[in-house]
Design a protein around this ligand. Structure first.
Ligand SMILES: Nc1nc2c(ncn2[C@@H]2O[C@H](COP(=O)(O)OP(=O)(O)O)[C@@H](O)[C@H]2O)c(=O)[nH]1
Ligand SMILES: [Mg+2]
Length: 310
């Protein structure tokens, strides 16, 4: 797989992108990765310290210039020499001021100097291609960034650090071993090589399969933790759905009255329950109605059933 990814990732190209959200903040980071990263930095960055050279993991303060020699921002630049970097290639992190317009100008200067704009997830893709992390860990990076609760963050962090990969590896190694034995059996069928007997192969696969099944059992919980649960409150009108919803989300979100058919839209609210994000949906309830607006709500309640995965 790694060989395959290597083909997708052309290491000839140096990529750059803004790595922090597009908003105003104290600092904003532009990241650049690839063969030309250090050379482009030497060309566009003027360190405040005279005669300074770019060094692995050493932060330097200075001016980031446009290709025409105009100062764009005062920045801190850090070089990470491959393979000791996020992507495994030379990486330069440029911390400028958190202004999207300024950061875009920095990226543009890098592009003119020979890099191209990175596609979403491309830094992580390169990291996988260069064996810095596997796909399971790459997925965890996204989950970690998306985490909304402490529990989610903790789980994603463990996965990012390779806990899940370590649990899968033994199964994979055993499978590769079976494949190797089978292929040897085919390649040397006519020679006098010890060919594994079918019973032994079946036994090995059965064992692997059982191991994978128990691993799969932990997947459901992991997925709930990562994605949260969606839960719709369904029932006849005026039975107290909205009251229950308000209690569950600890807010006066839905209007409660003694008049049946008060709720007409699907209301949703997410609460953190022991680290699992629970998304509750209050619905119009299920009934035949003459009221045009309520009937739209009732139709949406049908949609909410799907939302709850029921
Ligand atoms: N007696 C009693 N009334 C309730 C209870 N929960 C809600 N109600 C009342 O029932 C009426 C309908 O409640 P609501 O939450 O709007 O029901 P929904 O139509 O299912 O959303 C309101 O007048 C509430 O005050 C309960 O547990 N006991
Ligand atoms: Mg209601």
């Amino acid at each position: 797989m790694r060989e395959g990814l290597h083909k997708i990732v052309s290491s000839d190209e140096t990529i750059a992108a803004i790595s922090t959200p597009l908003g105003r903040s104290g600092i904003g980071v532009v990241r650049m990765s690839g063969r030309e990263a250090a050379a482009i930095t030497s060309r566009l960055f003027k360190s405040n310290a005279p005669n300074s050279v770019l060094e692995h993991r050493k932060a330097q303060v200075g001016a980031w210039m446009s290709v025409t020699g105009e100062e764009i921002d005062e920045v801190v630049v850090t070089l990470f020499r491959g393979p000791e970097s996020y992507t495994g290639e030379d990486v330069v992190e440029i911390s400028g001021h958190g202004n999207p317009f300024i950061l875009s100008r920095i990226v543009e200067s890098i592009r003119i100097a020979g890099a191209r704009i990175a596609a979403p997830g491309e830094f992580t893709l390169r990291s996988v291609a260069h064996g810095k992390m596997d796909l399971i860990q790459a997925e965890a990076v996204r989950e970690f960034i998306d985490a909304q609760t402490e529990q989610q963050a903790r789980t994603a962090l463990r996965q990012m650090e390779g806990t899940v990969s370590k649990r899968i590896r033994p199964h994979k190694d055993k499978l590769v071993d079976v494949i190797a034995r089978l292929e040897a059996g085919i390649d040397f069928a006519e020679d006098d090589v010890d060919v594994p007997d079918n019973a032994a192969v079946v036994k090995a696969i059965t064992l692997i399969s059982a191991g994978l099944a128990s691993l799969k059992d932990t997947f459901g919980y992991g997925r709930i933790l990562a994605e949260g649960l969606r839960l719709a409150i369904l029932g006849k009108p005026n039975v107290g759905k909205s009251s229950l919803f308000n209690r569950l989300v600890s807010a006066d979100r839905a209007i409660v009255t003694e008049v049946p058919g008060t709720t007409r839209d699907v209301l949703t609210e997410t609460v953190n329950m022991d680290g699992v994000p629970l998304r509750f949906a209050d619905t119009a309830g299920v009934r035949e109605t003459e009221d045009r607006i309520e009937s739209i709500g009732v139709t949406r309640t049908g949609g909410a059933r799907w939302l709850a995965g029921a």
